[in-house]
Design a protein around this ligand. Structure first.
Ligand code: T1G
Length: 704
């Protein structure tokens, strides 16, 4: 695009309006930086111009540096140079913001002399969420403008603030209640000129005057980070940069900020976070959607009012949809209603919604024992007991009752959806919507496309996910789809290590140190051991008799030790406590099992535990891509980031594999396979990629 198109200029009565135009979000690409610098220099030297207003075209001011250029060699002018040039203008420069002003976008505004914003604007420095830090003066100007406490809070959380709060904090000077921010900006410029107001530079603001208080906030931030963000790189750099703002001259502080910014930019964490950001956008686009617009979904039917059905209901009600629930008898219907009410009541008690908000939400909800109440719904979701015959019966009823075009979805987490689809006369409308528990909170939604599902049904499911603010991942039919299929394999790898000598507590600790929020045995205790037990029993008939099967989990389940809900599992939970204590009796049971199968326990280092666990996860992730169950490796990454607690700063298992090198992963698997060749079979995809010296990333581009 020509530079003149990236920044459109209009000039009237001595005020020039510079409108950045780089759809969809006015990311500050190299071209935008060049065009804006040219325009600002020209305006500053043009004696006919008395003030400059910078704004954005379309829906936004500017969403920050162009994320797609982050890994590329830097091109001049740099964003810090542009910001300095703006701040050095000899005539007033006004930022007029609407939509989003994020990252480098807000940093441009901070280098302007005056700032106004439309009511709905979202301002923020979200660089930390990309493993970065503000790199164009944000760490130096914002604390001077609003003080260390508020500036650090914004930069360390990456959160957005609306105009009202920004005004209170002192980030902006005015907010525009009605009308166009750009027009208000021009009017503000005239007012300033009429009042004889001159330039006013953020670097001269006095927010750091109380040195001792500022230092105390910095010390406190360091303490909090040491506890809560020990794995992360960039938050610590942010604190260092703000420390420079406190102790150094502005220009020196900028130099320190630049060095720290570049170290973040070159860190693997930045690459991983950026991968996660782009992968999330890629998964939300179904390949089917362009040719098959979604059907409108206004009313949703849900069969089953258990915890899952109720969670899905709440999620849909929250999205503004009408929800009709069906249960098999009055007692179950009353329980379904109570489950839904309980979730809303919980939100009221936490202050997330008001009682009036709850009452109005519940007006969109009804429960019945009659399938006829579903005759007009656009989408019906079955969330009944995980049993093929029960599910088939439900689908037969839905087929008879629902209107012909309605989408019929199942929330099964592993059953064969093709088989379910065979029970209806419209298999093209059948799809899997696999929610994760609690369904109103967990962001992941696996959209499972069966053999006969048509394109419109797929795009309707994706649109529905968007309405519910879920992260959709397209999956194919197999036992466990993407997430649970891979989970079964790495959980088995963990169990093998437990039987071979590692304690569940060491395994959990090693994986927490890697960055998981919880280890697999803490997760098992939280989810309930009975669920995994039922799955193991179901799979028993098809299990390869030669495959290794660790019986320790069964020994716990046989004792009724299902985890938190029974007060003990792998851990002890005295008096309903949620943080478990190590249990010597569990260790004794493990020892007994080792003796029974004749295993001499060996020591594992934490590093070995991580290596085995991740190798199992990556290898099965590769199989899932190879079999076409996941579209690309990035779909596996998003599944694990949003449904299984994989640390975001590592980008997902497949991204992590690329980071350490697929050759290393394959070498690990080959090493482990010496002792157990049946379990450790290298994925054909992994072998192929290593042979071609390629990474998983090469398979991500085709569809994204
Ligand atoms: N660069 C490039 N593309 C971007 C972008 C950006 N900054 N932000 C969004 N997009 C694309 C996105 O990939 C998608 O593309 C489309 O815009 C719509 O986005 C020196 C270094 C702005 C709140 O972190 O938070 O400045 O998939 O689907 O829900 O200090 O995008 O359609 O091809 O998300 O309406 C800091 C990140 C950069 C902002 C809009 N900025 N973006 O949300 O739509 S680092 C950010 C967002 C920086 C300096 C540093 C959101 C949004 P496509 P979307 P949305």
């Amino acid at each position: 695009m020509e530079l003149s198109q990236l920044v459109v200029q209009t000039c009237l009565d001595g005020v020039v309006l510079l409108r950045v135009s780089n759809p969809p979000v006015n990311a500050i690409s190299t071209g935008v930086r060049r065009a804006l610098l040219d325009a600002v220099e020209q305006a500053d030297t043009d004696s006919a111009i008395r003030a400059i207003v910078i704004t954005g075209a379309g829906k936004s001011f500017m969403a920050g540096a162009d994320i797609r250029e982050l890994g590329l060699p830097a091109q001049p002018p740099s964003l810090p140079d542009l910001c300095n040039r703006i701040e050095n203008c000899a005539k007033p420069v006004i930022a007029a913001m609407h939509g989003v002003a994020l990252g480098g976008g807000l940093e441009i505004a901070l280098s302007c002399h005056y700032r106004l914003a439309a009511e709905e604007v979202k301002l923020g420095l979200p660089e930390v969420l990309l493993g970065l830090m503000p790199g164009a003066g944000g760490t130096q100007r914002l604390p001077r403008l609003i003080g260390v406490e508020s500036a650090l809070a914004l930069m360390l959380s990456g959160r957005h603030v609306l105009a009202k709060e920004a005004l209170l904090l002192g980030i902006i000077d005015r907010h525009v209640l009605l009308g166009d921010a750009a027009a208000a900006g021009v009017q503000y410029a005239h007012e300033l000129l009429n009042a004889g107001a001159g330039v006013r530079r953020s670097r001269d603001a006095e927010g750091l005057k109380d040195h001792a208080a500022a230092q105390a906030f910095l010390d406190e931030a360091r303490n909090v980070l040491a506890k809560k963000s020990r794995h992360l790189f960039s938050p610590h750099k942010i604190v260092e940069a703000v420390q420079s703002a406190l102790g150094m001259a502005f220009s020196e502080g900028l130099t320190q900020e630049r060095a720290a910014f570049l170290s973040c930019l070159q860190s693997p964490q930045c690459e991983a976070f950026t991968h996660a950001f782009l992968a999330e956008r890629a998964v939300s686009k179904a390949p089917e959607t362009p040719g098959a617009p979604p059907l409108p979904v206004m009313a949703v039917g849900i069969v089953g009012g258990g915890l899952m059905g109720a969670g899905i209901a709440v999620s849909a009600i929250d999205a503004g949809l009408c929800v009709r629930m069906v249960e098999q008898d009055d007692k179950a219907a009353a329980r379904g209603l109570a489950n839904v009410e309980k979730v809303f009541a919980g939100q009221v008690s936490k202050g997330r919604i008001t009682q009036a908000g709850m009452d109005s939400a519940l007006k969109r909800f009804s429960v019945s024992t009659d399938y006829q109440s579903l005759k007009d719904v656009d989408l019906a979701i079955e969330a009944v007991f995980e049993d093929m015959n029960v599910k088939k019966m439900v689908f037969e009823r839905l087929n008879l009752t629902c209107k012909p075009e309605a989408v019929l979805a199942t929330n099964t987490s592993y059953l064969d959806i093709d088989e379910i689809a065979r029970t209806v006369s419209r298999p093209e409308r059948v799809i899997g919507l696999h929610f994760f528990s609690p369904a109103n909170i967990m962001p992941l939604l696996e959209i499972v496309v069966a053999g006969k599902t048509d394109a419109q049904t797929v795009s309707t499911a994706f649109e529905f996910a968007k309405k519910l603010r879920k992260v959709p991942v397209r999956a194919g039919v197999c036992d466990g789809f993407i997430g649970n299929r891979v989970l079964a394999v790495y959980r088995a790898a963990a169990d093998h290590m437990m039987e071979d000598g590692a304690s569940p507590y060491q395994i959990d600790r090693a994986l927490r140190d890697f960055g998981f929020a919880m280890g697999p045995y803490q997760v098992a205790d939280l989810a309930g051991g009975d669920i995994g037990w039922a799955t193991r029993k179901r799979r028993a008939a098809n299990r390869d008799p030669n495959a290794r099967y660790v019986q320790i989990p069964d020994r716990l389940c046989e004792r009724g030790w299902f985890g938190q809900k029974t007060g003990r599992g792998y851990y002890l939970y005295p008096q309903g406590s949620r943080t478990g204590e190590e249990d010597p009796q569990v260790l004794a049971i493990i020892d007994e099992e080792r003796r029974r199968v004749g295993i001499e326990p060996k020591r594992f280092t934490d590093g070995e535990i991580v290596r085995r666990y991740l190798a199992a996860m990556i290898n099965e992730g590769a199989n899932v891509v190879f079999d076409g169950i996941a579209l690309r490796p990035l779909d596996v990454d998003v599944t694990f980031l949003h449904g299984y607690g994989f640390p975001r700063f590592r980008g997902g298992p497949m991204k992590y594999a690329d980071t350490i090198g697929l050759g290393k992963v394959l070498a690990d698997i080959n090493e482990f396979s010496v002792a157990d060749p049946l379990f450790w079979k290298p994925s054909a995809l992994l072998v192929d990629l290593v042979g071609r010296r390629a990474g998983f990333a090469t398979l991500n581009n085709a569809l994204s």
